[in-house]
Design a protein around this ligand. Sequence first.
Ligand SMILES: [Zn+2]
Length: 283
Amino acid sequence: MSLQVATLAGTTPLVLDSPHSGVAYPDDFRHACDPAALRQAEDTHVEKLYDFAPALGVAWVEALFPRSYLDVNRNVTEIDVALFEEPWPGPVETEAKALSKVRLGKGLVWRITDEGLPIYDRPLSVREVQARIERCWQPYHDAVRAAIDAAHARHGYSIHLNCHSMPAVAGDYSTDFPGLVHADFVVGDRDGTSALPALSRMICDHLRALGYSVEYNHPYKGVELVRRYGDPAHHRHSIQLEINRRLYMDEDTLALNSGYGPLKQNLRSLVELLLNIDPRRKS
Ligand SMILES: [Zn+2]
């Protein structure tokens, strides 16, 4: 059991994970920028929005470390070599889309915030980034994989909901769509490759019926956690769900707002829907 990752075992086919809501800033982070700027990178409070789920038998995996320390929704090859004065000894990413995120400063270990602030005033050592991978990335991925494997072994299928939140407006240095005003929700299944599209569309329809605006695979399709574990041909469905932060919090003060309670009730209805669907009957 890792001190950096919280897990709760489930009894149902459903697995939820929250990779970006961690607020335990490690002593060895040694960042130079204002801690308040780093907090803007968190998917703050996402773990609270879903805290009803384990009681329903849903497996839960949560990163306790912050996303700006290490982003588990990146592959270990998504290394920004500009962080180091020494050569990185492992393989580095060459795929164009992933490489564009690394160049934005948003690789496995971030170089700049979404506002364009440099996070460090020093070169990082290869050893310290390797230690972050060993202490954070590996136990997180081991936990997600184990939870999905266990759900699949019990039920013959698994549904993995990869839980995030997004700012109301995309930052200038955050994505390929700076300044974009986000919908209430963005559902992503990597264009139908990480989950059965009928299942993703059912989530979109459920949220729209609740009165929300919903985008599907735009501007976010899902990244490493759904890419790595989604395998719909073998009844392993992984879907990324982005929630607009203005629905539940003040983005400046990070305080919960009056929308938090109603949103949580609606997320409960979504989880209950997913607990009552067998995607093997939908294809
Ligand atoms: Zn996120």
